[in-house]
Design a protein around this ligand. Structure first.
Ligand code: HEC
Length: 151
């Protein structure tokens, strides 16, 4: 059996993993533009308001359910990109919403949010994202520098 040198094997492995990464790249991913009004309707129809309020929107409460506890939109310090919003909806456990205690929004690392992938159409997804995105308001974080020495 021919002996393969370690550096050659390492190089081959590296090339393979680079290949893998490229195949799974999200570069070039683009959905068509959605309709925010239809998105609001889908949001209510799918009862996302069971767990969510949307900053600046007056959404009806769902009778006999606990009040919603995760706010979507509002002032954020970092742009919520289109890609992040889509990921948050179709892969909720990928990254949990910031600003909540883990045990409040997840269990064993899994988001408490339902996975809608078998029920939500692509059209509903892109409309909902179109509805949500303008509600995020990017603000520059305020830093309070302490000046030393303090007297
Ligand atoms: C049973 C409760 C529940 C329902 C219903 C629900 N969600 Fe969520 N959702 C959560 C929780 C809890 C989080 C925070 C944890 C996380 O990021 O997954 C969350 C997070 C999100 C986030 C990310 C927020 C952020 O700041 O990162 C988006 C966007 C979102 N949900 C959209 C939706 C949409 C759209 C629907 C309806 C199709 C929906 N959710 C239905 C519980 C729910």
């Amino acid at each position: 059996m021919p002996r393969t040198s370690l550096p050659v094997m390492m190089a081959a492995l590296l090339m393979l993993s680079a290949c893998d990464r490229d195949m799974m790249s999200e570069v070039g991913f683009r959905l068509p533009e959605g309709d925010a009004v239809a998105g609001r309707e889908s949001f209510l129809y799918m009862q996302c308001n069971q767990c969510h309020t949307v900053y600046g929107e007056d959404l009806p409460a769902i009778p006999f359910e606990e009040p919603p506890y995760v706010t979507l939109g509002g002032p954020v310090t970092k742009v919520k990109t289109y890609g992040e919003l889509i990921t948050a909806i179709i892969n909720p456990s990928h990254e949990l919403a910031e600003g909540y205690a883990e045990e409040q929004v997840s269990q064993d690392g899994e988001s408490n949010m339902y996975v809608y992938n078998r029920y939500m159409t692509v059209q509903e997804l892109i409309d909902i994202v179109m509805f949500l995105q303008p509600h995020y308001d990017v603000v520059v974080p305020e830093y309070h520098y302490r000046v030393y020495p303090r007297r």
